[in-house]
Design a protein around this ligand. Structure first.
Ligand code: GAL
Ligand code: ZN
Length: 676
């Protein structure tokens, strides 16, 4: 197959089976928009098995054949994301139970018990049927496993599986008691049988229990997914598998899930035009980078919306140019597809007003379809990018287990710790400087990076303290912040000084942390002749940590309150590297300015220098070529200077970039003149 970027969307022909003329039209639309793939069967179980054991796969085969004849491939879904009515009526155990012990009624989707042997068996049989029928079909190029896995179930089957999971983890109840610190409030367990999942009617305050329950739910979901994939494999289907992940989703440890899928995919629905679009772009870009970094390989966008997204608070239209920018942003960050939810707008029910490739009007002469077709054309021009990599000199440590533990704790600020925001501020500063960034969790290696930002690394796990130490010793630049290295993997506090095991690397020890009321702020003031030549003061809020320097040099200090004069930003030379420590939740501008000074001082080259406000720069590469994406998210045209030895693969450039527009530039990596 020739190299191409995937372009398509979620396709639900089962909603229109009684209208063959509509299905014929769909194909015309797909071809006109230059689409080359659809996701099929995501919610089609009731059409595939209308009654228990009665299978109807012929309609799907007809659709797949028609698509194939027209050059359109299929990503075939397993339908477990929504169960048919008959299964719930006959086997109530497939329905989820709430933390209060109430069993749900049938309804909605994404709500089955992940433990239920009946559900697992019914899914296995269905997947087997699909694999037997379509596992060798030339149109079917990939499997789309279920849909947006998530949620938890508290039924007795899940509770028992949790107890077994704990027993495998701890071996003895004494070890569990120790890890969960259960003598506190008299909560000692005498056997695993006594353990119940956290509940608003029961136990909520044993943090080790809460944390392990989240880990269990994640593992159980992954286990369910593995069984789905195994059924396909056992029936001979060998196409790659993917499971669509979600934006900033905290219900599953995707870092663990990634091992069991062949390709990462995710669904992106940013709130364009709600705030400044460049901020939306950075936030969304960080998620793209997180997804790419899971496997350090190109990822797919499984869903995005061509225009207004009806479940959001306000269904905002995408302003002209935004669809193109958002689509190219995916490619810029290492994605190999653009796909939409939904190909044809459904006629009734919950998503009838959700944006679609084909709307209720049903013609091609719409603003949205025109833009969709333009995206199709650009993606064809960029086909050679498929499969290319991203080289990132910087990494942001962003870890879901860390978040579970930190946000569950009481203190230091129950009104909001702003972890995600702190991560975004660091990420954004690196992007504003013009670097590619990997977003990784604590299990990943740090060896390839020049800079590692570690905001609010409350929990140290996976030996991260040793990895960070070695990283700095070998010449890396670490930027760590307040509220780091406080607890271990089971959420027990480290004794003997924090950030745990890194006080000598950072050259300081954290002594206290002050939670600020919403209306309070402090300032960070530069000290005279500091090593970064900082001259401005910055506001900080929410959390101010008080540290005792033990070798670290103070670059900025607090301006107010009883801790005025104490360090607010420090640096320490350790081995061949440097370790910075940001003591408080600083405003975004602090990160933009300070990171820039740090990178300049370290001689780290940006992809482009002097990037104007509102613009994002990314790159992908092969051994020989570099592809630079310059994207203007502001409404106004901007001046940018781009390297002269390149070829413009996409977009318009005359020294300026029009408002809401992008260019893609191809140049040789060795700096030689590009020859067409
Ligand atoms: C996704 C989901 C799709 C569709 C879409 C609408 O989260 O996977 O099935 O509901 O949202 O934006
Ligand atoms: Zn259950």
């Amino acid at each position: 197959m020739s190299k191409k970027l995937i372009y398509g969307g979620d396709y639900y022909p089962e909603q229109w089976l009684d209208k063959p003329e509509v299905l014929e039209k769909d194909i015309e639309f797909l071809k006109a928009a230059k689409m080359n793939l659809v996701s099929l069967g995501v919610f089609a179980w009731s059409e595939l098995e209308p009654r228990e054991g009665e299978y109807h796969l012929e309609w799907m085969e007809n659709i797949i054949n028609r698509l194939y004849e027209n050059g359109i491939s299929v990503m075939l879904a397993t339908p477990s994301g929504a169960k048919p009515r008959w299964i719930a009526a006959k086997y109530p155990e497939v329905l989820r139970v709430t933390d209060k012990g109430e069993r749900n009624l049938f309804g909605e989707r994404h709500n089955h018990c992940y433990t239920s042997p009946v559900y697992r068996e019914k899914v296995r049989i269905m997947n087997t049927r699909l694999a037997e029928r379509f596992g060798k079909h030339p149109a079917v190029v990939m499997w789309h496993i279920s849909n947006e896995y998530g949620g938890e179930c508290y039924c007795e089957l899940c509770q028992q599986a949790f107890r077994e999971w704990l027993e495998r983890k701890y071996g003895t109840i004494e070890k569990l008691n120790q890890a969960w610190w259960t003598r506190f409030w008299n909560h000692t367990y005498t056997s695993f049988e006594e353990v119940e999942a956290p509940s608003s009617l029961g136990e909520k305050s044993v943090h080790g229990l809460n944390l392990d329950w989240k880990r269990f739910v994640s593992d159980q979901t992954i286990d369910f997914m593995k069984q789905e994939i195994q059924a396909l494999r056992d029936a001979g289907a060998m196409q790659p598998c993917t499971a669509n992940m979600m934006y900033d989703f905290q219900g599953i440890n995707y870092g663990k899930m990634q091992e069991f899928v062949d390709v990462i995919s995710w669904d992106t629905y940013p709130l364009w035009h709600k705030t400044d679009d460049i901020l939306v772009a950075f936030d969304n870009g960080m998620q793209h980078d997180y997804m790419r970094s899971l496997k350090q390989k190109p990822f797919l966008i499984m869903e995005s919306c061509p225009t207004a997204t009806n479940w959001q608070g306000v269904s905002k239209l995408k302003k002209p140019g935004t669809l193109m920018n958002a689509s190219l942003q995916t490619i810029a960050h290492g994605g190999d597809s653009v796909q939409y939810f939904q190909v044809r707008q459904s006629r009734g029910s919950f998503e009838k007003f959700h944006g679609a490739v084909i709307d209720h009007y049903g013609g091609m002469d719409t603003r949205v379809f025109r833009e969709i077709s333009q995206v199709g054309e650009e993606l064809e021009k960029l086909a050679e990018l498929a499969g290319t990599g991203v080289e990132a000199p910087a990494a942001l440590l962003y870890d879901v287990e860390n978040r579970w533990a930190m946000e569950d704790a009481q203190g230091p600020r129950n009104k909001g710790l702003f972890y995600h925001e702190a991560a975004v501020k660091s990420y954004q500063a690196m992007k504003q400087y013009g670097m590619n960034v990997d977003v990784i969790d604590m299990d990943k290696s740090l060896d390839s990076y020049r800079v590692v930002a570690a905001p609010m690394l409350y929990m140290f796990r996976s030996g991260i303290e040793e990895k960070l130490r070695a990283y700095v010793e070998n010449g890396g630049i670490l930027i760590m912040t307040y509220w780091s290295g406080i607890v271990d993997e089971t959420d027990l506090c480290h004794l003997g000084g924090t950030p745990h095991a890194l006080t000598d690397v950072l050259g300081l020890r954290s002594e206290e942390i002050d939670g600020l009321y919403d209306w309070e702020t402090n300032t960070a003031v530069p000290v005279q002749e500091n090593a970064l030549h900082i001259t401005k003061s910055y506001t900080c809020s929410h959390l101010c940590e008080l540290v005792r320097p033990m070798g670290a040099e103070t670059l900025m200090e607090y301006g107010e309150d009883f801790y005025a004069g104490k360090p607010a930003l420090t640096v320490h030379d350790h081995g061949k590297g440097k370790a910075y420590y940001v003591c408080a939740d600083m405003e975004a501008e602090f990160y933009t300015d300070i990171y820039k000074s740090i990178f300049l001082k370290a001689g780290i080259q940006p992809l482009l220098s002097d990037i104007p406000e509102g613009v994002e720069v990314c790159s992908r590469c092969t051994e020989e070529y570099e592809y630079i994406f310059v994207q203007n998210y502001s409404e106004q045209p901007v001046k940018v200077s781009i390297p002269e030895n390149g070829e413009l693969l996409s977009g318009q450039y005359d020294g300026r970039l029009a408002g809401r527009s992008s260019i893609v530039l191809k140049k040789r990596k060795d700096g030689g003149v590009y020859e067409v």
